[in-house]
Ligand binder design. Sequence first.
Ligand code: GLY
Ligand code: MN
Ligand code: MN
Length: 436
Amino acid sequence: MAINLDEFRARRELLIKAMGEGVAIIPTSPELVRNRDSHYPYRFDSYFYYLSAFKEPESVLFIMAGATPKTILFCRDKDMEREIWDGFRYGPNGALAEFGFDEAYSITKLDEIAPKLLANQEKLFYSFGAEAVWDLRVNNWLNQLRSQARTGVSVPNEVVDVRKCLDEMRLYKSAYEIEIMRHSSDIAAAAHQRAMQFVKPGVMEYEVEAEFLHEFYRRGAQSPAYTSIVAGGANACTLHYNQNNAKLSDGDLVLIDAGCELDGYASDITRTFPINGKFSSAQKDLYELVLASQSAAIAKVLPNADWNAPHEAALDVLIRGFIDLGLCKGSPDEVLENGSYRQFYMHRTGHWLGLDVHDAGEYKDKQGGWRKLKKGMALTVEPGCYVRPSENVPEHFWNIGIRIEDDVVVTETGSEVITKAAPKTILEIEALMQDD
Ligand code: GLY
Ligand code: MN
Ligand code: MN
């Protein structure tokens, strides 16, 4: 999808309004060395990208609010030698022409120009603590200004965490963002379908991970959105399992939590299915329970509902099911109260989703209550059930781990499940897996 530069410009203007006065400094991420002269794949900083659409490392955005607002990018110079080795760079002039900033300078001029931009500003909008190298640099600029105090230069006397303003903006996805997220979800859903058709007893977990990577890249995603979890059998009971190096066994389930990043936006899908294509009766009991809890949770994703309503709905269904299946003892209220359900369900039911897989945004409002869902918010709904061997558990449930995760956008009247192309009913999954 073509980059909608007007939208990026509008975001910068919104930030300028929210600031009122002062200067904001938003650096992108540093490049990270893997070893010697090899780097990890580069990923820009989400806040920086959200405002700039600019993906090159060694860049920083200054935003000046007040009477004469302007946006200034510092970026790498054009450099034929480096471009021969590493690829194209816009350079300040190219960035200015392409991305709609008011000014652009070489990153080599940053230490010379930045103190001038900070001088005599009342407020500094910057996230101290996010990146030590930048903290040191910003402190140096401030100290330079302090040393000029007798010449009448003043230093910003109020520091505001710029992320606070941006988190709130990032929480509400525009139609443009939702379109990218739909596409990212479609790619991840296709990869989950591909995995269901690929899996059979004897296949290694990493072979399945490779199917995901193939499908992600083949369809234009730039990377996985996080390290994929491919967890066969008992491995599914380790929530953050990602060794992905075991053999998939006949009779077990496999839990796969895998999503991609497309144009900066994450998808985040989990599906759990039988390695041999057919759910056993115990697997069916638990799977239907998790699926019912997910449906109940998704039904609570509505404008003006509490953030916590989907979690409470999922928990209610799970607790009743745990009691029916002999996993928990007592009444639903007692099990909720004494927390015995946590032996089988120990995480929450979702998180914000967007540029980051665990996206920006507060979960509580200023009064400390759960915030209300609003049109344009995007979240995951991901209940699960993880049964480790234990004396208090019927043996036929041992080592079954199930999670079902979809990505949901709050609409004007309800919600849209943007990952629904990934099969999840027992009927759909078994039909797909038997379909050679
Ligand atoms: N894949 C990360 C999560 O589900 O939160
Ligand atoms: Mn998730
Ligand atoms: Mn996930």
